[in-house]
Design a protein around this ligand. Structure first.
Ligand SMILES: Cc1cc2nc3c(=O)[nH]c(=O)nc-3n(C[C@H](O)[C@H](O)[C@H](O)COP(=O)(O)OP(=O)(O)OC[C@H]3O[C@@H](n4cnc5c(N)ncnc54)[C@H](O)[C@@H]3O)c2cc1C
Ligand code: FES
Length: 367
């Protein structure tokens, strides 16, 4: 009896799955939604051919919402308020939305397919985000798996950004990769240089964009990116600042320190850079020099697995036990963190235990 019930359940589920697949295929190849209107902030209207995601439709009309994962539904950055016409909330959106956001009709624009007229609200600042064409004027190896690329802006010729913000670099189709993707990279150069930007990009094995950067991109090539994006930037207070970053997470911190050095900011600053061994260290002398130029700045590189042959006589282990060397007044300290989600959550927990207020901890998670 049990076997008959199980077989029936299996057959019914199989048929339901097959029908759902047919519907997806039919929708992809045959659905024609005709012209649809996107009304933005109650005033701007776009007429598009339905069928694309809301994120793509906006991009095609030069309106660039943040989208670090390039529309894969894994970063949760592409939020906007959908007042009407977005269809039901999808299970793929729920993990990225708080209850308050759901109540306020906030949605992930990459998950909404435009099939009818749709009414949305987006922050006015989004209209300042542009698409840039740029030329690669320098590619430099910083470590065995991290490259720095310098891009000279062609059109528009200048960019305004805040130290700590990021751009979305667009990789074209290359080799066996048949899709163009866009990925977030923090600007590592100072906002005082408006005609060029620098990026620090770590290779992710089999990663689409980083493989292109590391194995295909050459000096003199032209690239496209959108930006600037993000709210990871220095708060204008007098509080002490602790910076924590490893790997390519150094990028936005470098931009911030350069910006503050130029203005001779005299807030107490401590930068903890975690690496496994000396092969992963870079810009060490550069940051040591900042200790001379900016007396209120201290650099703390820490190695978790120094190689036997390495002549490292610096700090060893994880960065967190060394925070006490810098934090004197946790109530009056801001933290700026950048790196992998695992590193961020461990450091956030540790800093809160040390008495730094949650609202004073800012981070960009390179998820
Ligand atoms: C706000 C923000 C700023 C960022 N700034 C920088 C930066 O300055 N420099 C930089 O190098 N990166 C940065 N990143 C990460 C970057 O956007 C990409 O996620 C990363 O370069 C991988 O892209 P990819 O196309 O090569 O890999 P994908 O093709 O997207 O991924 C391939 C596989 O690797 C996994 N993966 C993706 N990223 C990582 C990772 N970092 N480590 C391990 N596995 C991974 C994916 O889950 C997937 O399975 C930033 C991310 C965010 C959200
Ligand atoms: S673009 Fe990343 S979740 Fe929508």
């Amino acid at each position: 009896m049990l076997i008959i019930v199980l077989n029936t359940v299996l057959i019914v589920s199989g048929i339901a799955g097959f029908l759902a697949l047919l519907l997806v295929i039919a929708d992809y190849f045959f659905a024609n939604y005709g012209e649809c209107k996107i009304t933005i902030n109650g005033k701007k209207e776009l007429v598009i051919n339905g069928g694309d995601s809301l994120l793509t439709a906006l991009n095609q009309n030069k309106i660039y919402l943040p989208s670090a994962c390039g529309g894969r539904g894994s970063c949760g950055f592409c939020k906007c308020k959908v007042n009407q016409g977005g269809g039901p909330l999808l299970p793929t959106e729920r993990p990225f939305l708080t209850k308050e956001e759901i109540d306020q009709d906030i949605r992930l624009s990459c998950q909404i397919k435009v099939k009818e007229d749709i009414f949305i609200d987006i922050p006015e600042a989004i209209f300042n985000i542009k698409n840039f064409r740029a030329k690669v004027i320098r590619i430099k190896d910083l470590t065995y798996d991290i490259k720095e690329i310098k891009l000279e802006l062609l059109e528009p010729a200048e960019i305004d950004f805040k130290a700590g913000q990021y751009v979305q670099l667009i990789s074209p189709k290359y080799g066996k990769v048949k899709q163009s993707v866009s990925r977030a990279y923090s600007i590592s150069s100072s906002p005082d240089n408006k005609n060029s930007i620098e990026l620090i990009i770590k290779r992710v094995p089999d990663g689409i964009c980083t493989t292109w950067v590391h194995d295909y991109l050459k000096e003199e090539d032209e690239v496209n990116f959108t930006g600037p994006f993000g709210d990871f930037f220095i708060r204008d207070t007098k509080a002490d600042m602790i910076f924590v970053a490893g790997g390519s997470g150094k990028a936005p911190i470098k931009s911030m320190i350069e910006y503050m050095e130029k203005r001779k900011v005299n807030r107490r600053m401590g930068y903890f850079f975690g690496a496994r061994n000396s092969k992963e260290l870079y810009y060490t002398e550069y940051f040591r020099e900042f200790e001379q130029k900016l007396p209120s700045f201290q650099y703390f590189p820490v190695l978790s697995q120094p190689a036997e042959a390495c002549e490292w006589d610096g700090r060893c282990g994880y960065v967190m036990p060394f925070f006490d060397e810098f934090i004197k007044d946790p109530e009056n300290t801001e933290a700026y963190l950048c790196g992998s989600p695992g590193m961020i959550s461990a450091v956030v927990k540790n800093l809160k235990e040390k008495g730094i207020k949650a609202e004073n901890i800012y981070y960009d998670s390179f998820a």
